[in-house]
Design a binder for this molecule. Structure first.
Ligand code: ZN
Length: 415
């Protein structure tokens, strides 16, 4: 198989079909059970481009088709105060947020900036409009990044997310917003984005099914590998769309295949926000599917005080080949669920120790880590990576005074 100019190809883990990436494919063209396409890079060894900062240091393991420039990336750091408090000497934070004193400068304050760069690096600049759905953070990261390249982009958001979306600089006119009104959830926005993506001239970016999104966020694991020289034994991550967890596992697979990082996957420790924890229930029962009974309804999600609204996805890719079930099984992973009170306590603890505010999803992850350590499921001495998916919003917010321009308002389609 030749790579034809691109330094990667797409692989279907179900049928083994390898294809040259057209930049927007999100599923295999063969007919079989659902599976997640993944990238296979020409370069097998882990290489670092020392001429740049941030995620593009790992450009050989990113699906780059179009030019992008950025210095954003994950910072790997240790909190002496947190490690003393938890008695976890080998706990490191894979920190995606805004904390300039510690070298973290993600403009949106979340890992969504990493995804946005990778999405834009892969999506063809052929006049088609990129369509994405967002619960808030993707909207800010992707809109800002797309604006820089004047890429036609439409971002679909639920109305409830609007108050959180604002920008420090005006966006390019090619970046537009569509609002799904009423009690619409993130999943209603996904449905609308998928429908819009079917129209001529539009393409839905695919969410967790977009290899660029996953490989972009997968650089969090690569940054850990560069900083520590090894994979962690445990990787702790909150689960919303599931892309972060699957991406971490895929990055570990690449590391292991390179021959330089041993042969043991980091155990994925995934954390959900109770009471809506479909992955937790499915995994606890060793079920091969997420049962409908455990999926929250749109109305429940919209009305609930779920502390991490971004984690409230109805349908993360659990069952598809290459999805969460496979990643948990292969990594001998674990799923836990924490309630809002535990998440709030974790958030307050981190702020007291380090003086920086966590995004709700990061607080859920920290609460899950604490729960797993206290229950004895996770050894204190182990090498642990805690993915802080967002932090430092409080300092970013005052600079954001420009609301998004709304191109259209539509009702949710729940047919
Ligand atoms: Zn296939």
């Amino acid at each position: 198989m030749v790579f034809e100019g691109l330094r990667y190809r797409l692989l279907c883990p179900t049928c083994g079909l390898q294809t040259i990436d057209d930049g927007s494919a999100t599923s295999c063209s063969a007919e079989h059970r659902p599976s997640l396409l993944r990238t296979e890079y020409e370069r097998r060894e882990f290489s670092i481009d020392h001429s740049t900062e941030g995620m593009l240091r790992y450009r050989d393991w990113l699906p780059i088709r179009e030019p992008v420039e950025t210095t954003v990336g994950t910072v790997i750091l240790q909190s002496a105060a947190l490690n003393a408090h938890l008695r976890t000497p080998n706990l490191r934070l894979a920190f995606n947020g805004f904390w300039p004193e510690r070298g973290a400068r993600l403009p949106s304050g979340t890992f969504k900036d990493l995804e946005a760069v990778a999405i834009l690096a892969r999506f063809p600049r052929d006049g088609r409009t990129l369509v994405a759905a967002s619960a808030g953070n993707t909207a800010m990261a992707l809109a800002s990044a797309a604006s820089r390249y004047a890429l036609p982009t439409t971002i679909v958001v639920p109305e409830s997310a609007l108050p959180r979306i604002a920008f420090a600089r005006p966006l390019h006119e090619s970046v537009r917003f569509i609002v799904v009104t009423g009690d619409a959830t993130y999943d209603d926005a996904i449905v609308a984005a998928r429908e819009l993506g079917l129209l001529d001239g539009y393409a839905f970016e695919g969410g967790a099914r977009n290899v660029a999104r996953r490989d972009g966020i997968g650089t969090t694991m690569l940054a850990f590998m560069e900083a520590v020289g090894a994979l962690p034994e445990y990787f702790v991550q909150a689960v919303g769309s599931g892309s972060g967890a699957i991406a971490a596992h895929e990055a570990a697979r690449r590391a292991i295949a390179s021959g330089a990082f041993g042969n043991r996957y980091p155990h994925l420790v995934l954390v959900q926000n109770a009471p809506f924890a479909p992955i937790f229930h499915a995994w606890s029962a060793r079920s091969e599917s997420v049962e409908a009974a455990h999926r929250p309804t749109s109305a429940q999600l919209a009305g609930a005080e779920i502390s991490a609204a971004v984690l409230g996805s109805l349908a993360p890719p659990y069952e598809p080949q290459g999805g969460l079930l496979d990643a948990l099984t292969e990594s001998e992973g674990d799923v836990t669920a924490v309630d809002n009170a535990a998440a709030r306590a974790a958030s307050a603890l981190f702020e007291e120790l380090e003086g920086i505010d966590l995004e709700p999803a990061a607080a859920v992850a920290l609460a899950g880590l604490i729960e797993r350590i206290e229950s004895g499921a996770l050894p204190r001495e182990a090498s642990i990576a805690l993915h802080i998916t967002g932090a430092g919003r409080r300092r970013l917010e005052p600079e954001r005074g420009i609301p998004p321009k709304i191109a259209a308002r539509i009702a949710p389609n729940r047919a």
